[in-house]
Design a protein around this ligand. Structure first.
Ligand SMILES: [Cu+2]
Length: 225
């Protein structure tokens, strides 16, 4: 296997509020390729909870995504996960695993809703039919906060605790790579970058400019259930 390393520096327009350091490593392999992406901030800290999407810049028939039923759990007066990405028109379950009640709501443009108060081992379901970022809260517990990124991209993933994202079996072609993070400095402007997936695996690194004080979901204070 031969390996080609390209280091490229992109001067990013100021309005992006994002700096990108890009390292592409191409390992020659067959047909569909894998994209591996490490996301960090300008101080070199790994960035968990970045939503990475790949949108094709070409026409194509995309297979219907496998039906899945993602869950936004309420447990210990916290939402889990903190950031979730789903394909548009996906229904998300909201199971309450606590001994007490929650009332989940969103005022976000892409989906405004308020679930009724419900208790342990009950679950509600919400279908997200518009692309956008949904910010979730709970009327009972102010500390509770989570995000659902609703996308129409065929490929999407959220970076893990190592700031790492992996998209496997990407069809070759030109794509718009887009990264959203709850703490990105410019909330209206995602990081975007065109990217060509050939028949080689791609390994790259993206650096986001994040706010110094970020949005976090704090654990509840003692006895504050
Ligand atoms: Cu709650």
């Amino acid at each position: 296997m031969s390996r080609l390393l390209i280091n490229t520096y992109f001067a990013v327009p100021v309005q992006f509020f994002v700096v990108l350091g890009l390292t592409i490593s191409m390992a020659f392999s067959a047909q569909a390729s894998d994209l591996r992406l490490a996301v960090n901030d300008t101080k070199g800290r790994i960035s968990q909870y970045a939503v990475v999407t790949l949108k094709p810049l070409f026409e194509g028939n995309w297979p219907t995504p496998i039906a899945h039923s993602p869950q936004m759990k309420q447990q210990g007066a916290m939402f889990t996960p903190f950031v979730m990405a789903v394909k548009v028109n996906t229904s998300v379950k909201f199971p309450n695993l606590d001994e007490f009640r929650h009332q989940v709501y969103s005022y976000s443009k892409a989906k405004k809703f308020k679930l009724r108060l419900y208790g342990k081992d009950e679950s509600k379901e919400v279908a997200f039919d518009k692309v956008g970022i949904i910010s979730l809260g709970c009327n009972i517990h102010d500390n509770m906060l989570a995000y659902i990124s609703v996308t129409d991209a065929p490929y999407f993933v959220v970076t893990d605790s190592a700031g790492f994202a992996e998209i496997l079996n990407v069809r070759p072609g030109k794509y718009q790579l887009s990264i959203w993070h709850p703490n990105q400095k410019n909330r209206k402007q995602n990081f975007t970058q065109p990217i060509t997936i050939a028949t080689d695996d791609v390994v790259m690194n993206a650096t986001l400019e994040l706010r110094r004080v970020g949005r976090k979901q704090k654990p509840p204070e003692d006895g504050n259930y």
